[in-house]
Design a protein around this ligand. Structure first.
Ligand code: PLP
Length: 474
């Protein structure tokens, strides 16, 4: 393909992209294919001769698109969203066009300096202390791994890195029983031993019990373990429960433990003043992560990781082979030393586009709109005699189930709701997922897709009620 042909194709692609996004709500939200359907349509080997872009694009539309779940559909209420937005998409086009590999300052000074600055902006918007530093990681899972590795190195005076773990104490990491699986994964692969991940019980609202944390730390010390770190959730994945961060921070300060805050989803809400109180105690924490790629309209991947002391972070990760040394090293941020990968995409650009194009006010309005839509549905569900909520809804995730009057057997209710969810998702008209809370099967409905409006929520709620009513007759 030459430049002229690229220009012609790209114009057509942009038209297709705008059409797709204008009509994305008409596609079945969850892909309706069976395992193997897509693979069976693909040749067994790569083509020997180059093919025409028109043919490739036709196959994209005919083979690939039906096998995609449409995450940008406003009928998408599943998991947590992975939102895009127009400004973010435009920036992604430029990032791909530049094709820069931004591993160190010299390989693209603007990428390093823009990242430093937009992470400052973002930190200010959500209430991260001014003295902290920010860096973009790929995912919250990466950020949490980075946090635990840094905690490990700080506690061992960087000897774990130097000598391996054999001569180190048996460290312990604590988090509530509702924490995301990425925490346990990080403990496991940080070499701390999965058995040393201590799950602390939660209260009736699925938030960590700080007094149980204090007891667990005390007991571990008595038994010869070395408490290392606590991970607190600001918005759990199952139900967006918020751990009592300031109480946990006090315990961590007193016990000299690393405190990492996992706000992967709900961290975005901190740009709204009414949620600021949730991170009281942040000055005593050591690290904080949230994902603009979930609920801040910035395409995946873009995870915002903030640390109180970037010196510990860099000392944990830095490695300086001769071929990567430059004259600027003393004056600039080389983000290769701020995490695991060497190579880095230019991700700050899309965040910059989003922050400028929406403005702080525009972001607040959009998030508030999502929260208002969710709270409206909460009222409808609470008023319905045959539905019930099974957790508080402090943001825009609703955990609920169908519970027809007179039907109280837990196993029957679980099976009924699993059937309801399967039917809803098979309709292609909306997409929800589930979890378990206190042992019960619960449907999760998140109202946070960038373009979601009242009519999408109304359509979802109507279909849920109708499908449930029909189930009962079956
Ligand atoms: C989504 C989520 C994660 C994992 O996020 P990734 O960026 O996909 O790694 C971690 N913690 C919580 C609370 C989440 O909701």
């Amino acid at each position: 393909m030459n430049n002229e042909e690229f220009r012609r194709q790209a114009h057509q692609f942009v038209d297709w992209m705008a059409d797709y996004l204008a009509t994305v709500e008409d596609y079945p939200v969850r892909a309706q294919v069976q395992p193997g359907d897509v693979r069976d349509q693909l040749p067994a080997a790569a083509p020997e001769r180059g093919e025409a872009m028109d043919d490739i694009f036709r196959d994209f539309q005919e083979i690939i698109l039906p096998g995609m779940t449409h995450w940008q559909s406003p009928h998408f209420f599943a998991y947590f969203p992975a939102n895009g937005s127009y400004p973010s998409l435009l920036a992604e086009m430029l990032t791909a066009t530049l094709g820069a590999q931004c591993m160190i300052w010299e390989t693209s000074p603007a990428a390093a300096e823009l990242e430093e600055q937009v992470m400052k902006w973002l930190g200010q918007l959500i209430g991260i202390p001014d003295s902290w530093s920010g860096v973009i990681q790929s995912t919250a899972s990466d950020a949490t791994l980075v946090a635990l590795l840094t905690a490990r190195e700080r506690a061992s005076d960087f000897q774990y890195n130097a000598q391996g773990g054999a001569s180190q104490p048996r460290y312990r990491v604590y988090g509530s029983a509702e924490l995301h699986s990425s925490i346990e994964k990080a403990v496991k692969i940080a070499g701390l031993g999965r058995e040393n991940y201590v799950k602390i019980p939660v209260d009736e609202h699925f938030a960590m019990r700080p007094e149980a944390l204090a007891v667990a730390i005390h007991d571990d010390r008595m038994n010869g373990y070395t408490p290392l770190a606590v991970v607190a959730a600001l918005g759990t994945t199952s139900s967006t429960a918020v751990d009592p961060i300031s109480l946990i921070a006090d315990i961590c300060t007193e016990e000299d433990l690393w405190l990492h805050i996992d706000a992967a989803y709900a961290g975005s809400a901190l740009i709204l003043p009414q949620y600021r109180d949730l991170i009281r105690g942040i000055e005593q924490a050591d690290s904080f992560v949230f994902n603009p790629h979930k609920w801040l309209f910035t395409h995946f991947d873009c995870s915002a990781y903030f640390v109180r002391n970037h010196g510990h972070l860099i000392r944990t990760f830095e490695i300086s082979p001769e071929y990567l040394k430059t004259q600027a090293d003393a004056q600039v941020n080389n983000y290769r030393d701020w995490g695991v990968p060497l190579g880095r995409r230019f991700r700050a650009l899309k965040l910059w586009f989003v922050l400028r194009s929406f403005g702080a006010e525009g972001l607040r309005q959009r998030l508030q709109h999502h929260i208002d839509l969710a709270q409206g549905l909460v009222r409808e569900i609470d008023a319905h005699p045959d539905f019930e909520r099974l957790a508080p809804a402090p943001f825009n995730l609703i955990c609920f189930r169908y519970h027809p009057r007179g039907l109280d057997d837990p196993a029957t209710l679980d099976a009924l709701n699993a059937r309801l969810l399967a039917e809803l998702n098979a309709s292609g008209q909306l997409y929800l997922t589930h979890t378990r809370l206190a042992g019960n099967y619960v449907m999760r409905l998140v109202i946070g897709q960038t373009e979601v409006q009242q009519r999408h929520v109304d359509a979802a709620w109507e279909r849920i009620q109708k499908t449930a009513a029909n189930l009962e007759q079956a």
